[in-house]
Design a protein around this ligand. Structure first.
Ligand code: NAP
Length: 408
């Protein structure tokens, strides 16, 4: 049986990976231009298709029947060829968002929900939230409710971002400033790359409930797979696939004092986890053509820190990596969200007297005990987890892997 994803430009898609875990069918990527679309839909060799930007509305006229959700939303993201050859259009984004919103365990009834954006995904969010009894306000750049009069909705309880603002490669952008909403309980972002947009990082720092779009992506695929295969698929696959995908996509970021073993252990850990290893200091050397001691000698620490932030901006946008950072990266507050957007940050603690100093200009020029005193609270604040460096790199990596297995 052949299924796949139909869109104009697909780039990197997680859908083949997700569908491979959902059932025994081939899942291909079909990039079609508008002029190729009709011929492909009518004659293509497929049992089922997921449909993405910009064709979710375009495929409507080719459907012989629509599910209630597809009909209500005026958009189809799943096409199924029935045994008589007719085409049935579903909208499984509806189920996907419903399932995502449920994860937050909030009673939406009577609450004001701001939906940012007025595109296809926003329409789905609006429909689901209205069904839950929420009072939904759509915020659109050109609408009656827009980004200039957000204070009309200071009393909102939930915000859902259904715009592409903050999505890779434009990480670090946020559509709204959350500080003007004192009653806010939760923020959802349909974006899943980065795992935590600036909007979600801001919400997290305010102690709010948050959820990104990865769960929705997996849940809509699960619902599509049921239609493709016309068979029961255990819903427990959703959390299972979500967890696996999250683990594959996340960066593991090692922080700690110079010489604590970030690079040595990072290399071994990357191999064990089948992730790519990246050393932030090596990136800076590549970028400048100078060694780290040379950069310090010629331009000083402040210049080095700027280069480091530049390097982390690029590196941390990527996913599925083990990243060894420079010991002082935590001293610049702007580096913290860069590390956190896609990463689980682990502090490797090692006694100061065991830290090597050869080839490390800052370690040689400073009292290491004093440096540790200053940095310790910064490592503590930045790290999600802490481990003590083991007697050998193999033992430290074992500790890291055990830790990662234990945490969600
Ligand atoms: P879309 O139809 O292109 O709509 C996006 C909307 O965002 C536009 O209608 C626009 O609304 C607003 N927008 C666009 N650029 C903006 C900007 N620079 N600043 C502020 N607002 C802007 O796209 P969509 O299909 O609805 O998707 C929206 C987002 O949801 C995307 O990031 C997509 O990846 C994500 N998504 C995720 C899933 C999932 O499974 N997790 C599923 C579907 C979509 P106004 O013109 O009214 O402001």
């Amino acid at each position: 049986m052949q299924c796949g994803l139909l869109g104009e430009k697909l780039g990197h898609s997680y859908s083949p990976q997700i569908h491979a875990k959902l059932g025994c069918y081939r899942y291909c990527l079909y990039e079609k231009s508008p002029s190729e679309l009709e011929h492909f839909i009518r004659n293509g060799d497929y049992r089922g298709l997921n449909v993405t930007i910009p064709y979710k509305k375009t495929v409507l006229p080719y459907c012989d029947a629509l599910s209630p959700e597809a009909s209500r939303l005026g958009a189809v993201n799943t096409l199924v060829r029935m045994s008589d050859g007719s085409l049935y259009g579903h909208n499984t984004d509806y189920f996907g968002f419903q399932s995502m919103a449920q994860r937050l365990n909030i009673n939406y009834s009577g609450k004001k929900v701001l939906v940012l954006g007025s595109g296809g995904a926003a329409t789905t969010v609006r429909a689901v939230m209205e069904e839950q009894g929420a009072n939904v306000v759509t915020v659109s750049r050109s609408g009656e409710n827009n980004y200039k009069n957000l204070d009309l909705h200071k009393n909102c309880a939930v915000i859902v971002n259904a715009t592409p603002v903050g999505m890779y490669p434009n990480n670090g952008m946020s559509p709204v400033n959350l500080s003007i909403f004192p009653n806010l309980e939760a923020v959802m972002d349909l974006i899943y790359n980065p795992a935590k947009t600036k909007l979600l990082l801001d919400a997290e720092s305010m102690g709010l409930k948050t959820e990104n779009g990865l769960w929705m992506l997996v849940a809509q695929a699960y619902e599509s797979a049921k239609y493709f295969t016309r068979s029961f698929i255990d819903e427990a696959l959703i959390p299972h696939i979500h967890r696996e995908l999250k683990r594959e996509m996340e960066n593991i970021i090692l922080i700690g004092m110079p010489g604590c073993g970030k690079s040595t252990n990072g290399r071994l850990l990357a191999k064990a986890l089948n992730k790519q290893f990246v050393d932030a200091d090596e990136k800076i050397v590549e970028l400048t053509g100078c060694s780290i001691p040379e950069i310090f000698q010629l331009h000083g620490e402040e210049y080095f820190r700027k280069l480091e932030t530049q390097a982390l901006t690029d590196i941390c946008k990527g996913s599925g990596q083990v990243i060894a950072t420079g010991g002082g990266c935590v001293t610049r507050p702007e580096n913290i969200p860069l590390l956190h957007q896609n990463g689980t940050v682990i502090w490797i603690r090692r006694p100061v007297e065991q830290l090597p100093t050869a080839g490390r200009p800052l370690s040689q020029a400073n009292d290491m005990n004093r440096m540790y005193e200053v940095r310790m609270p910064l490592y503590q604040r930045c790290a999600h987890y802490t481990i003590d460096c083991g007697p050998s790199p193999e033992e430290t990596v074992k500790r890291l892997i055990t830790l990662l297995d234990e945490v969600e």
